[in-house]
Structure formats: structure tokens, C-alpha cells
Design a protein around this ligand. Structure first.
Ligand SMILES: Nc1ncnc2c1ncn2[C@@H]1O[C@H](COP(=O)(O)OP(=O)(O)OP(=O)(O)O)[C@@H](O)[C@H]1O
Ligand SMILES: [Mg+2]
Length: 420
């Protein structure tokens, strides 16, 4: 019989309750011994030795319950009758044997003196804490009966107070532990709720930070576009117009103007590339599959046929994942156009249970992904893709071979709280 069955204490005993019970047990035992075995006390002679031995046995049994027996070789976890916080699990068989032994020893002590009835209080509290209520209530009733019988035997008769006292004590012990348990459960539920709220708040703060970051990048991109990029375009236009106004023999000036146009065009290209990196892709209100479909359609040209396939039921991935997948597709398509000499390029987006995958496949000339790029100033595309995808907990693979086309495959985990 293991814990987890209905009614058995499924959680460790709170440390505060354990300390209170220990204190109560020790105080009850010491005080009772002082009263029943002190000078002029009712128990003396041989009986006193038996009572002392039984008291030691009771204290030892009680301690074993909390400390537990020595760990058996090979057993991974300690199993003790009373699990202290987070260190062990309850073994109901042991709990029953432990409580049963203590009850028998206590009942023997009660046979010598009803003064030991004080020990009933921590014992009853343990019944209620550890046993299912259907066992705890009869156990408390039985213990109360032991107390009442002992008191009757000691007094030689039964008065109302001798019944009412133990019954009231048993009731208080039972209700105290039940009340404590319910408070403990409530505080645990509250802690779980607070944890959930903290997680949600952090997620919200993250998404707000991300939105702020994207907005700032957009603003920067606009500024650069409206100042530097526009300015360079004007410079290029003006330089081109010089050709018409220069005298026919000003060949040196023409040559310099051509060089200036070249430099300015290269800079404008750089600037556009920078803008492209900075500004978030045109996702705004567009769902990712739709944005990808448009991008793939736009990438078709005379020499390159493109197709987009969607599999599965789309679910929201979050702005960061959307942007990463769109950027990846943009870069992969740019690579196809720039390097592959392909006839066809197929982009597939697939929503699986718990994962989303994106594949960009072309039937172009392929390359050896193991070799470093020939031009040391390039090679950032695939590297950037991998960084982005891995930064989101996903994985990127590039499969290619000379003459066999290229397949770029990214897979991202479903965001927390998402539904498949
Ligand atoms: N679809 C493809 N077909 C053939 N070769 C490819 C393909 N994709 C990438 N490559 C090869 O891999 C190299 C690295 O690609 P990557 O995108 O990292 O850099 P890049 O395109 O050369 O430069 P950039 O940094 O501007 O992206 C390319 O130079 C090219 O040789
Ligand atoms: Mg590239």
C-alpha cells in the first residue's frame, strides 16, 4: 500500500507541525513521568522500572518514525512513516505499524497510570495527520476509550468529567490538525497561484520588451531611410546628371563622377541591406503563412519557379518566432537566387504537435556545407539563420551536395501556452 491512495497523507508533514508535535510529545512524556514517578507518586518499585522501560521504548519508537530506519542498500529513497518536508515518501504499511506500536506501548503505560493520558494528545494528532479519516476517527475513538477506561480503573468509578475531559481533548486534537491541514493546503494553493502569476507577468514583460525593441528598430530604419538613403539616392541622381552638363572633353571629370556614382551606389546598397536587416519583415497584421506565401510568390522570376505549401493547422508562434522564420525564408530565397541557379524552389511550412518546421528546398547546383565560404566577407546568411533559430530553442539543418540542390530546414518548439 503506497501513498497516493485516496485518503493517505500525500504530502510531507509541514516542519512547523512536526516541531509542535515533537515538543508536545516530549513535554507530555517528561511531565507525566515526573508526576507518576516522582516522590510520593502512584507508581513505584518494580512497576516504576517497567514504566521507565516502556517510556524509553515509546520515545525510541516515536523518534524512529521521524528519523526513519537506516537506508537499505540499493533503495533510492527513504520511506518513513512520517515524511519530513521533501526528504522521503510515506509508506502506509510502516505508518500503520509505527502508530500501532506506539498505541500498544502507550496503552500499556496507561495500565500503570492514567496520568499518561496526556500523551494521547500528540498521538491523536498523528492519527489525524497520517491516516485517512475513515481510519483516523475510529483510532481516535479507540484511544479515547483507552483513556476513559484507565481513568475509571484508577478512580474506581466513572464521573461525567472523566468522560467529557478525554472526549474534549480528542476533539480538540482532531480539529486542530484538520484546521492546520486545511490552512496548509490553502497556503500551498496560494503559492502555486502566485508562481503562475509571476510566470505570466514575466512572459508579458518579455513580449512587451520585444514589442518595444521591434518598434525602436522600425523607428531607426525609418530615420536612416529618410536621411542617409534618400541623401545617397539624390547624390547618385545629381552625379548622373553631370554627364549631360560636362563639356565633351572633360573625360577626367566624367571618370571621377563615374567613380563617385559607383561608391555612392555601393554605399546605398549597403544602406538598403542594413535597412532590410533592421526593419521587421512585413508581418504587421499578416499571419505568418500568408506573409510567407506572398514572399515566395514575389521571389518567382523568369528563371525560377517558386511554390509554397502549408501543412497542419496554423497556431500563433509569437512575434519573435514569426520574424525569425520570415527572415530565414528571405535569406534562403536570396541564396537560391544568388547562388543556386535553380529552376524550382519550394517552401513548406508545417505545424506539427508541439513543433513547427520550415523547409526551403531548391534543385540548384548545391554546395558543400562543410566548406567555409570562399569570400571571407560573406557567409553571414546561414550563420545568422542558425543563431536566430537556436536562440529560440530550435534547430537548423542545411543539407546540400554538389549538383543535388539544397534543403534548409528549421524547426522551432511550440511556444509555452500555445495550442496545437
Ligand atoms: N541554395 C544554395 N545553393 C547553392 N549554394 C548555396 C545555397 N545557399 C548557400 N550557398 C552557399 O553557401 C555559402 C554561404 O551562404 P550564406 O548565405 O551564409 O552567405 P552568402 O550568401 O555567401 O553571403 P551573405 O552573408 O550575404 O548571405 C554561399 O556563399 C554559397 O556558396
Ligand atoms: Mg546568403
Amino acid at each position: 500500500m503506497m501513498i497516493g491512495q485516496p485518503g493517505w497523507a500525500a504530502y510531507a508533514m509541514p516542519r512547523s507541525l512536526q516541531r509542535a508535535l515533537n515538543g508536545l510529545f516530549v513535554a507530555s512524556l517528561v511531565l507525566t513521568l515526573a508526576v507518576v514517578m516522582g516522590s510520593g507518586a502512584p507508581v513505584s518499585g518494580r512497576d516504576a522500572s517497567i514504566v521507565a522501560a516502556l517510556s524509553v521504548l515509546l520515545a525510541a519508537t516515536y523518534t524512529v518514525g521521524f528519523v526513519g530506519p537506516a537506508r537499505r542498500a540499493g533503495s533510492r529513497r527513504r520511506e518513513v512513516p512520517v515524511p519530513s518536508v521533501g526528504t522521503a515518501r510515506v509508506n502506509p504499511g510502516r505508518a500503520l505499524r509505527w502508530l500501532g506500536t506506539m498505541t500498544v506501548v502507550w496503552a500499556c503505560l496507561m495500565a500503570f497510570s492514567a496520568g499518561f493520558s496526556w500523551l494521547g494528545f500528540p498521538l491523536f494528532a498523528l492519527y489525524v495527520q497520517l491516516l485517512p479519516l475513515r481510519l483516523a476517527i475510529p483510532a481516535v475513538a479507540l484511544g479515547t476509550a483507552v483513556v476513559v477506561t484507565a481513568k475509571e480503573a484508577q478512580a474506581g468509578g466513572l464521573e461525567v468529567s472523566q468522560v467529557a475531559g478525554p472526549v474534549l481533548g480528542a476533539l480538540i486534537a482532531t480539529l486542530t490538525v484538520l484546521g492546520y491541514q486545511s490552512l496548509h493546503r490553502e497556503s500551498q494553493a496560494r503559492q502555486a497561484l502566485i508562481h503562475e502569476l509571476v510566470v505570466t507577468r514575466d512572459a508579458l514583460a518579455d513580449s512587451q520588451r520585444e514589442a518595444g525593441r521591434l518598434a525602436e528598430r522600425q523607428r531607426l530604419a525609418r530615420e536612416i531611410h529618410d536621411t542617409v538613403a534618400q541623401g545617397l539616392s539624390s547624390v547618385i541622381m545629381l552625379l548622373r546628371s553631370t554627364d549631360a552638363v560636362l563639356p565633351p572633353d572633360a573625360s577626367l571629370a566624367r571618370e571621377r563622377a563615374a567613380q563617385a556614382i559607383e561608391v555612392a551606389t555601393a554605399n546605398l546598397d549597403e544602406c538598403r541591406r542594413f535597412l532590410y536587416e533592421l526593419s521587421p519583415p512585413p508581418l504587421d497584421e499578416t499571419p505568418l503563412p500568408e506573409a510567407l506565401r506572398r514572399l515566395v510568390d514575389r521571389s518567382a522570376s523568369d528563371g525560377l519557379g517558386t511554390a509554397f505549401h502549408l501543412h497542419g493547422e496554423p497556431y500563433p508562434l509569437g512575434a519573435e518566432s514569426d520574424v525569425a522564420l520570415l527572415r530565414l525564408t528571405q535569406e534562403a530565397l536570396a541564396n537560391v537566387r544568388g547562388h543556386a541557379h535553380a529552376a524550382t524552389c519550394v517552401v513548406s511550412l508545417c505545424y506539427l504537435d508541439g513543433r513547427v518546421t520550415l523547409d526551403v528546398f531548391d534543385d540548384g547546383k548545391g554546395f558543400d556545407p562543410e566548406l567555409p565560404p570562399q569570400d571571407s566577407r560573406s557567409g553571414f546568411g546561414l550563420h545568422g539563420m542558425r543563431q536566430r533559430i537556436e536562440g529560440l530553442g530550435g534547430a537548423l539543418t542545411v543539407e546540400s551536395a554538389i549538383g543535388e540542390g539544397t534543403a534548409v530546414a528549421a524547426s522551432l518548439p511550440m511556444p509555452l501556452g500555445g495550442t496545437s
